[in-house]
Ligand binder design. Sequence first.
Ligand SMILES: Cc1cc2nc3c(=O)[nH]c(=O)nc-3n(C[C@H](O)[C@H](O)[C@H](O)COP(=O)(O)OP(=O)(O)OC[C@H]3O[C@@H](n4cnc5c(N)ncnc54)[C@H](O)[C@@H]3O)c2cc1C
Length: 410
Amino acid sequence: MIEGVPFRDDFLERYLCSHDVSSPPLIKRFFKIADGVFQPEKEEDVLRILKFAEKKKIPVIPRGAATSGYGGVIPVRGGFVVDFTRMDRFEIDEDGRILVSEPGAVWWDIERELNKKGLTLRVYPTSAFSSTVGGWIAQNGYGVGSLAYGSIAENVTRLRVADFRGVNETENIHLYAGLEGTTGMITKAWIEVKEFEEMQAYAFHVSPEKAVKLVFSSDSYSALFLDEKYIRMKNSVHSTQIPEKDTLVVVSKKKLDGDESLGNEIWEARFYPMKIKRLGPGIIPAEVIIPSERLSEYLQRISGWNAGSEVWFIKEKLCAVLSFLPWDERKASYTYQWRFAVKALKTAKKLGGRSYSSGLYLSRESKEIFPGYNELLRFKKEVDPHNLLNPVKVFPSGIISKIMALAGVF
Ligand SMILES: Cc1cc2nc3c(=O)[nH]c(=O)nc-3n(C[C@H](O)[C@H](O)[C@H](O)COP(=O)(O)OP(=O)(O)OC[C@H]3O[C@@H](n4cnc5c(N)ncnc54)[C@H](O)[C@@H]3O)c2cc1C
């Protein structure tokens, strides 16, 4: 297709690269299949793909490991998927404590190399075994370490980005973080890392209110709260015997008076939240950000749905709450259960919260997720006048965002 740039157009590859972990049955009938998949090996390849797409007026959709779940990687209008997994080189500046990485590098591969040099990532997602640098920055997520260091964007000092105008190196991270490739394709990132320190995880059986107080007075690195229902689900999936009580885990270099052995057991399992899927035919996830002082009220208000919740604490006195509702198609339709996700978001908004992310399904939430939304929209129109960079994502347009608006009325 473009000489020298790896390309696949067999049906299997096009089909696989047209899905992610989500794809709700209600709306996936509106999705097209990718016309082809480019696998760039270097920045110059990305520029050539962009020139080609611009000339032919065809959408281009960046893709990392496709673990994001908000539909951002789906080629809703067809077009070419740009699979970044071959661009996975990275370097470590030990003195400056900076990681310089291509977008396709996998977080845990990086962490292993950092550890050899006595360094470690400040923040990483619990999908770190497979998710990529470009994908997480483009989602602007929170994760392990966000209690001390905030979102991934707060730890990125510089980006190289390709768009139809060429390549731009910038410290204006906000023009790209969380925008899911709608304003440009990330080709390199400079990320702050830190010295490796021994830490311990401590467990406390406390209520959500007490958990919030404990976390924000403890000056710790990371903290995670699991409610009783979540632990019950986890025990049935992993055959663990974690006491089925609300539990807070705090990771700190200081000695705390919690249960170290239970803390470490739960902490070691932090990479496997989705294994809960084995509970039955499926789960309906709901993911929101809420102010920490409203955590208890939020969990109380969604408790009637029988969902289990995992809460990550974030430095600005915020909480990322990920709730799982087991869904059994023999008992209730997907659409009915899906109301849980809508209700959870509405409840969070009433309590001063917002959606965790935007993507395809929740693009109507972007105005609340991004404080400078209008500036971002102007920038999008400037760099992408024909709306070819991951169209229909983040900036709402088309049928999907209309269906999602209707869903909010249920
Ligand atoms: C088990 C599990 C645990 C998870 N834990 C967390 C967590 O702790 N925190 C969290 O925030 N999320 C978490 N997630 C969600 C997801 O893993 C993260 O958002 C993730 O880092 C996305 O990376 P990815 O490589 O899979 O990106 P993808 O899903 O491939 O892409 C994400 C978005 O970025 C765009 N994109 C990809 N590459 C580029 C690029 N080079 N330039 C521009 N745009 C690009 C894509 O088009 C898409 O819109 C989890 C998911 C799973 C399945």
